[in-house]
Every structure is written in structure tokens, then in C-alpha cells.
Design a protein around this ligand. Structure first.
Ligand SMILES: [Ca+2]
Ligand SMILES: [Ca+2]
Ligand SMILES: [Ca+2]
Ligand SMILES: [Ca+2]
Length: 246
């Protein structure tokens, strides 16, 4: 209120001025420096924007005498991280980072995988589960060994020296899962059982001679007798053969 001051002979305000206060965001010049809300008072505090996902976190700012909440993160492309990056209220939607070929770290057919976003992480899921080993040139049971226990016949033309005591290497002339015919130069000395074992067969059950060329059989399996004749001058002559069985 105004009062009459007899000393100064004037009408003056009787109110006692308040001491300056710390500036807060209120549209008032609390610290009495002539500037309202200077220094962005009460800014920089964590707040919620009301938006979804990564956009929900904000920091306060003093605007026109009131605090507002400004979002920290802007919407971004969705990535596989368990966070709603694009602020559409869906987390990791669309399998981000998924659908790519990857290596599971497993062996054989179990090695091939495809990525998928799961639980906020990109994982590598194997495409093919381990299965019974079959003779196909693949490691079906994922134990690191191709065609183990698959009773694969050796390829025709396979050669080897197992069981060759002297003379030329033997050669596989016919083969299937159950039996294989193996031939060698008759001039040598052979242990056919050892050769059969090396080819994955259990034992030898028949043997005889051939009619000229290695693999050139001329009679009943196992019943042929070596005839000593050279039918083909460009191929091996004087040969023997034997049959391996599982
Ligand atoms: Ca103020
Ligand atoms: Ca995400
Ligand atoms: Ca295998
Ligand atoms: Ca296989």
C-alpha cells in the first residue's frame, strides 16, 4: 500500500521488497535481474513425452513460462534390439535383421541357417535338422563325417593298394550297397579280404579270373576262371578279380 513519508515528504510504497530467489520456470523474474526465466530454469530433467517406444523419453525445457517435454530420440528404422525404434508401439516388428543366410556353427547339413530376430537378438536358426545318414555325399547326421554308416558303394574306377602284397593296385569294377567286384593284375599277390574291408565291405565271397581287361568279366559272377588270354592289347591282361560283400 502507499503511505505518506514525512521524512521524504512523499507518498511511497510501504511493501518490503522480497529478496531475489532462484529462477524457476514460471514466467516471473524470480532472481530480479530484469530477465524472466533466464537460463532455461528446470530444464534438462527426465520426462515422458507420451509417445511410444524410443520416443517416449524426453528432457524438460522452459517455454513461455511453462515446462515442456521434448523427446530425446527421433523415430528411426526398426532394428532388432527389443526396443520400439520407430515409435509405432510395436517392438522389433517385421523381423529386422532376419531372413539372411548364416552359419549355425554346427557341422554338415546342420551348418546352414537363416537369421531371425528373437527376443531382441538376431539368432541363426538351422535350416535342416540332423537326420539319418544316407548315401548322398552329405553329412546328414551332422557329426562331421560324410556318409558314415551309410553303406555307400565305392565309385566304379576307385583304386587302392590295401591288401596288395605285390603287383598293381586293384580297381573297383562294379559296386552297389551289397556287393562290389574288384579286379587286379594277376601278376601280383593280393589279400582280397583286406581290400574289401578298405572299401567298407565285410568280407570276400568269390574270386576268379577275368577274360582280358581289368573289369572285363566274361562269365558268371564268382565262377569265372582265369583263362590267361589277352583279349585287348590296349588294356591290362592277365587279371584276377574278387567279390566283396557286406
Ligand atoms: Ca521465473
Ligand atoms: Ca527394435
Ligand atoms: Ca555324418
Ligand atoms: Ca550322407
Amino acid at each position: 500500500m502507499t503511505v505518506c513519508d514525512p521524512v521524504r515528504r512523499a507518498v511511497v510504497c510501504s511493501a518490503v521488497p522480497l529478496p531475489p530467489r532462484r529462477e524457476i520456470c514460471n514466467g516471473v523474474d524470480d532472481d530480479c535481474d530484469g530477465v524472466v526465466d533466464n537460463g532455461n530454469p528446470e530444464a534438462g530433467q527426465r520426462c515422458l513425452t507420451g509417445l511410444s517406444g524410443a520416443c517416449s523419453e524426453g528432457l524438460t525445457a522452459c517455454v513461455a513460462g511453462g515446462l515442456v517435454c521434448n523427446q530425446i530420440e527421433q523415430p528411426a528404422a526398426e532394428i532388432c534390439d527389443g526396443v520400439d525404434n520407430n515409435c509405432n508401439a510395436a517392438v522389433d516388428e517385421g523381423n529386422p535383421g532376419g531372413g539372411q543366410a548364416c552359419d549355425t556353427g554346427l557341422l554338415g547339413v546342420c551348418a546352414a541357417g537363416t537369421t531371425a530376430c528373437s527376443g531382441g537378438r538376431v539368432t541363426c536358426n538351422q535350416n535342416i535338422r540332423a537326420r539319418a545318414e544316407v548315401c548322398d555325399g552329405l553329412d546328414d547326421d551332422c557329426n562331421g563325417v560324410v556318409d558314415n554308416d551309410a553303406n555307400c558303394p565305392p565309385a566304379v574306377g576307385t583304386t587302392g593298394n590295401a591288401g596288395v602284397n605285390s603287383g598293381a593296385n586293384w580297381i573297383v569294377c562294379r559296386a552297389d550297397a551289397a556287393t562290389a567286384w574288384v579286379a587286379a593284375n594277376r601278376g601280383g599277390n593280393y589279400n582280397p579280404t583286406t581290400a574289401c574291408n578298405a572299401l567298407g565291405y565285410r568280407s570276400v565271397d568269390a574270386w576268379g579270373g577275368t577274360c582280358g581287361t581289368v573289369c572285363g568279366f566274361c562269365g558268371m559272377d564268382g565262377d569265372e576262371t582265369y583263362d590267361g588270354a589277352g583279349g585287348n592289347a590296349t588294356a591290362l591282361t592277365f587279371t584276377v578279380h574278387w567279390r566283396c560283400v557286406r
